[in-house]
Design a protein around this ligand. Structure first.
Ligand code: NAD
Length: 715
């Protein structure tokens, strides 16, 4: 909807299409009608475009991007050209956000006024696209090539005030942007009204002449940088190509080139994956079974128990969002160590310019330390991050239960332990849930929220609200060993080990899956996390799931004292003089010896097989997690893997990648692996999950599976 009203000869047209005034066909149709009405109305001397609600405009409606609506008239390009060529001045009044198509709309206006905190940017590249409605042609004309290219290629979103001197805005205000825009519009109309005023007095962005010395060298450098940084992804390079056209082609030809790029990219697998990842993150916050209007409990102060790797990181991520935190330890020495690491992390962020001195001091001020449980009395939320040992967790939760107020939310950061047993250590299991952060907790985006059998709905709602407040992407998981992420990881690691037993070497496995897009291969990740920690987890997993008998190479590496990066030796050798991990002769010999011990004849394993075995191990366990109702929907599993496990976002996630390939193909490949398996245990590993088989038999995909009970699926 677009609201239209007249204010002393200025027509104020308000975009009104909740939640973010996305440029869906319905909104475009109304906007077009309102613009035409204002252009026809002789009493209208100028036009102001504003947004209702949270912001000006959040951009194109990506749910329409693969529907015919996307190219139906009036398209954004048609509207923007109507605005730019309007004989009456059109001024954009921005607040909240002007992103993507929303900023492109503003660029087509003759002037822009913004409330200073308005978030602006062209984030299309994060969806695998270029800005498709003139952004790459108009932005450089207003702010110059260097800034425009940076904003477009990085898809950065930033407050308007940080672009104060860029030429993007005609006025910034701390007051009402609409009032200021009406003033600007009247002034422009006044200038046009003087006798003999030329129509050319209006500043039309497309008519500006962009200047760039050494354009060829500038773009050659930009292209080379982008190609190496984005590992061959098509959109960032296309952004460079489009911006280059603003320097080398007339405006309308540049627009046509940009439109072609946009249309081509909309057909790529990268766009499909990135769009899925984007929509999946939003969907993940929709929790099944939460009553409408449920209110989160207020959280102002937090107690974090354990000042180790995770406790320190969790405290920082809370303080970064302005929450007061007390870190609790058993001994002063451990507390001092934890607080010192937090101080060093803040100092390093300050040195790198990521924090101002004031911000760093503010954050450190919010984090206090204490030996003893006294601060738990005042806390609204307690997060436990002590050793991964059920007996230690029992002692800690009994102490928390003894002192915490009624209604305090109690959370555990356990990676693998049974949340319901932990909740049972208290007299208030309804207040207990899992908040599974990932390391380093102040950096990693993912927060797995574990819902126990007794967790109260408002406790769950509190966790979701907290996640949003501290800038994390939350996914709800049911209770099982390892929850969604670590449970699915175990078969993946099992296969990585079996690949070594059958003939691959660690660096070959890592390189194959990294070339496919994973941020790090399984052995590099193990070295980072600590192979000794992995040993404890594997022992626990094997006790409960004997079918996952991990390769003996894992234990051999630990037995050699190769604990990973922290000890300078793990699956790889690390040294200050050599960049990155170096394959180790000693480890390779141990891997070969393990094959001999198992009586396996080593063979050459193609990268393709490595990738498929690792990916299908994730997918099959993902299907079990989905079938068991541990994950609410397949896309939640995708979010866990893209936000927390380095899965390439542009592939959408393991379940989406499986759907793209087709579940029948996945089943066929698993059958081939089972037939070629060197022993019966490995063959039975490839037994498909019941849900995978049923969906494949019906020609369905994980994406269409909407409930944990097949009965309630749409047929
Ligand atoms: P850590 O060994 O680095 O830290 C644990 C801290 O807890 C230590 O400082 C210890 O002194 C303290 N502690 C132990 N008993 C205590 C008690 N009774 N009262 C107060 N403090 C006590 O361990 P971590 O890596 O931070 O792991 C903590 C928890 O987070 C574990 O449950 C682990 O499984 C989980 N986790 C770890 C990671 C990771 O990558 N390290 C990731 C996700 C979750």
């Amino acid at each position: 909807m677009s609201d239209y009203h007249l204010n002393e000869g200025v027509a104020v047209i308000t975009l009104d299409h909740p939640p973010v005034n996305a440029l869906a066909l319905a909104l475009r149709t109304r906007l077009g009608a309102a613009l035409h009405a204002a252009l026809r109305d002789v009493s209208v001397r100028a036009i102001v475009l504003a947004g209702a609600g949270r912001g000006f405009c959040g951009g194109g409606d990506i749910t329409e991007f693969d529907l015919p609506a996307v190219c139906q008239e009036p398209t954004p390009a048609t509207l923007f050209s109507l605005i730019e060529n309007s004989p009456k001045p059109v001024v954009a009044a921005l607040h909240g956000m002007a992103l993507g198509g929303g900023l492109e709309l503003a660029l087509a206006c003759h002037a822009r006024v913004a409330e200073a905190r308005t978030q602006v940017g062209l984030p299309e590249v994060h969806l695998g696209l270029v800005p498709g409605a003139g952004g790459t042609q108009r932005l450089p004309r207003l702010v110059g090539f260097e800034l425009a290219l940076n904003l477009i290629v990085q898809g950065r979103t930033q407050p308007a005030q940080s672009l104060r001197d860029s030429g993007l805005f005609d006025r910034l205000t701390d007051g009402s942007p609409v009032e200021a825009a009406v003033e600007v519009a009247m002034a422009l109309a006044g200038e046009l009204a003087v006798p003999n005023a030329a129509d050319g007095m209006l500043r039309r962005t497309g008519a500006l002449t962009p200047r760039l010395a050494n354009a060829q060298a500038f773009f050659a450098f930009a292209r080379a940088t982008v190609q190496s940084r984005f590992r061959g992804l098509p959109a960032p390079v296309a952004c460079v190509d489009c911006v280059e056209k603003a320097a080398t082609l007339p405006f309308h030809e540049g627009l046509a080139f940009e439109h072609d790029c946009f249309t081509r990219l909309r057909g790529t697998a990268e766009f499909a994956g990135l769009r899925h990842a984007f929509l999946a993150e939003r969907r993940a916050a929709d929790i099944r079974g939460l009553p409408d209007g449920i209110k989160p409990r207020p959280v102002k102060t937090v107690a974090v128990i354990g000042a180790g790797t995770m406790g320190g990181g969790i405290a920082m991520s809370l303080a970064n969002a302005g929450l007061a935190v007390t870190l609790i330890e058993r001994e002063q020495e451990a507390l001092d160590r934890g607080l010192a690491i937090i101080r060093q992390t803040c100092e390093s962020a300050l040195r790198k310019g990521r924090l101002t001195a004031e911000e760093a001091a503010g954050r450190l001020d919010l984090i206090k330390g204490c030996v003893g449980y006294d601060p738990v009395r005042q806390a609204d939320l307690v997060i436990e991050a002590v050793f991964e040992d059920l007996e230690v967790k029992r002692q800690v939760f009994e102490q928390i239960d003894a002192v915490a107020r009624a209604g305090t939310v109690l959370a555990t950061n356990t990676s693998m332990l049974d949340l319901d047993r932990i909740a049972g250590f208290t007299r208030r299991p309804q207040d207990v849930l899992g908040l599974h952060f990932f390391s380093p907790a102040h950096v990693m985006k993912l927060l797995e929220v574990v819902r126990g059998a007794a967790t109260a709905p408002d406790v769950l709602a509190t966790a979701i609200a907290l996640a949003r407040r501290i800038g994390k992407t939350s996914v709800v998981s049911g209770v099982c060993e390892g929850f969604i992420g670590n449970r699915i990881l175990q078969p993946y690691l099992y296969q990585a080990g079996r690949l070594l037993d059958e003939g691959a070497l660690p660096h070959q496995v890592d390189q194959a899956i990294e070339r496919w897009g994973m941020a790090m291969g399984p052995f590099r990740v193990s070295d980072l996390a600590g192979n000794d920690l992995g040993a404890g987890i594997r022992a626990q997993v094997m006790a409960n799931r004997p079918e996952l008998a991990f390769s003996g190479s894992f234990d051999a590496v630990v037995a050699m004292g190769r604990f990973g990066q922290k000890s300078g030796r793990g699956w790889y050798d690390y040294s200050a003089s050599q960049r990155g991990p170096q394959p180790s002769m000693e480890v390779n010999a141990a891997v070969v010896a393990e094959s001999g011990r198992l009586g396996l004849r080593r063979r050459t394993i193609a990268d393709e097989e490595i990738i498929d075995r690792l990916l299908l191990a994730l997918v099959n366990e993902g299907a079990k997690v989905l079938g068991d109702g541990i994950a609410q929907r397949a896309s939640d599993i995708d979010v866990v893997y893209t936000a927390g496990y380095g899965f390439p976002r542009w592939r959408g996630g393991p379940m989406f990648a499986a759907d793209r390939r087709g579940l029948a193909d996945i089943l066929g490949t698993m059958r081939r692996f089972a037939e070629a398996a060197p022993d019966p245990q490995d063959a039975s590993f490839w037994q498909p999950a019941p849900l995978l088989r049923r969906l494949a038999d019906r020609g369905r995909s994980f994406g269409t599976f909407v409930d944990s009970h097949l009965e309630s699926e749409p047929s």
